[in-house]
Design a protein around this ligand. Structure first.
Ligand SMILES: Nc1ncnc2c1ncn2[C@@H]1O[C@H](COP(=O)(O)OP(=O)(O)OP(=O)(O)O)[C@@H](O)[C@H]1O
Ligand SMILES: [Mg+2]
Length: 389
């Protein structure tokens, strides 16, 4: 007896579903295909064929065109719609060539006229199966490539953004220093000179120059803060102390608005972690400044510090304006800001949270925001307690 084995390299065999309303015919064909090492299941009509396919992995369907109830063609159309990778071979009545051709036109793999020669059928099934595997491999390859391309574009973008930001930030910082210095010098000269026409106008102009320089500096500092990652060392940091030092750094801003900053009583009092204090401080400055910007005069900022699993979590909670769901989608985008002209020339850069996000993910941490418009906002950052260099 000839054994026509259709085992593939992984040892699997082709799974065939034989759909025909004539039970004896079906049994005979199935037995003979099984002898050729195929796994054959049977269905007496279109409905049970579809039922079977919904729960069983199948490679090739051998489908009788002429069946009571749902016709072969109708069954095929449904298969084609829901299982596009599945291969279908039609069995047509003798003299029903036109039907078979129609089947191929609508996407069937092939058709055979009854009575079929069993080796011919087995050969067709094998070809159909091979095509199915080839298409599946191609599809996998396509998905893999697409994923790879996406990842590469992302990496390239990040790399070029990093390199570009460092370059630009350094290049801009030097002329900024010169402009600021010169403006300061001109101010001094004008102040010391006696009678100068339009003295006040000159001071106003200088002030604009100085404010613009400060704004440009904020942008370059933000960008440098996160791209300079490798220049910093991981050290043991008392995160509570670092937060308190940062609160002192922005004291001018909090005092101007009479904003109170307080720890939740159950917060940890001291908590050592191994991380980059410069980057974490930049995160804290941004979160605290945003909170101060969001609250009204006499607003409140609450801080919470606690351990969770292997992480240290810090929450900055304010009772300010909150963030609308619409804005929430964009707050981490670079240059997204809702702070146009907080004061003349002092609109937000929209880089704060972008940098915060970059830093936190760079330090293998996570960031979450919860906000209720009109009620307030909570930013929660969690960082691994121990982060190696
Ligand atoms: N605590 C907060 N409450 C309400 N809105 C916030 C809060 N934090 C951030 N936002 C919103 O997210 C936007 C983006 O914040 P981000 O820190 O990136 O930039 P910015 O604060 O506008 O500018 P900059 O940081 O340069 O001052 C803000 O303009 C604001 O709309
Ligand atoms: Mg900000």
């Amino acid at each position: 007896m000839e054994i026509n084995t259709l085992e593939n390299d992984t040892g699997k065999v082709v799974r065939v579903l034989l759909v025909d309303d004539e039970e004896s015919y079906r049994n005979a064909i199935a037995r003979r295909l099984e002898r050729r090492n195929m796994v054959v299941s049977q269905a007496p009509d279109g409905t049970s064929c579809l039922e079977y396919l919904s729960g069983n992995e199948t490679d090739v369907v051998v489908l009788d065109m002429k069946m009571p109830g749902m016709s072969g063609m109708e069954t095929f159309k449904t298969i084609n719609k829901y299982y596009p990778g599945l291969k279908v071979i039609f069995l047509t009545g003798n003299a029903a060539v036109a039907e078979g051709v129609e089947g191929i036109k609508t996407g069937a793999f092939d058709y055979l006229s009854k009575p079929v020669e069993i080796d011919h059928l087995a050969g067709k099934i094998r070809q159909a199966w091979e095509l199915k595997r080839l298409e599946a491999a191609r599809e996998r390859d396509k998905i893999f490539r697409r994923r790879l391309e996406k990842r590469m574009i992302h990496t390239q973008r990040l790399a070029s953004l990093g390199t570009m930001s460092t370059g630009i930030a350094h290049e801009i910082n030097n002329p900024l220093a010169i402009i600021k210095e010169s403006a300061g010098f001109m101010r001094m000269v004008i102040e010391d000179s006696g009678q100068i026409p339009e003295k006040e106008m000159l001071f106003k102009g200088l002030e604009k120059i100085e404010k613009s320089v400060d704004r440009a500096r904020r942008i370059t500092h933000q960008l440098l803060g996160y791209v300079r990652k490798h220049g910093h060392e991981m050290t043991p940091v008392d995160i509570r102390q670092l937060t308190e030092d940062t609160v002192v750094l922005i004291k001018q801003k909090t005092q101007a608005k009479k904003v109170s900053v307080q720890w939740d009583t159950e917060s940890e009092h001291q908590m050592l972690m191994h991380t980059d204090p410069f980057q974490v401080r930049q995160v804290l400055i941004n979160l605290l400044e945003n909170a101060v910007d969001a609250v009204d005069t006499n607003g409140q900022i609450r801080l919470a510090l606690y351990r969770k699993d292997q992480s240290v979590c810090l929450e900055v909670r304010d009772n300010g304006s909150g963030i609308t769901p619409e804005n929430m989608k964009q707050i981490f985008d670079p240059f997204f800001t809702t702070k146009p002209n907080v004061a003349e020339n002092e609109s937000g850069t929209g880089l704060g949270l972008f940098v915060v996000h970059k830093i936190i993910t760079g330090l293998s941490g996570s960031i979450h925001v919860e906000s209720e418009p009109g009620q307030g906002t909570t930013f929660k950052i969690c960082l691994p307690e121990w982060q190696s260099d």
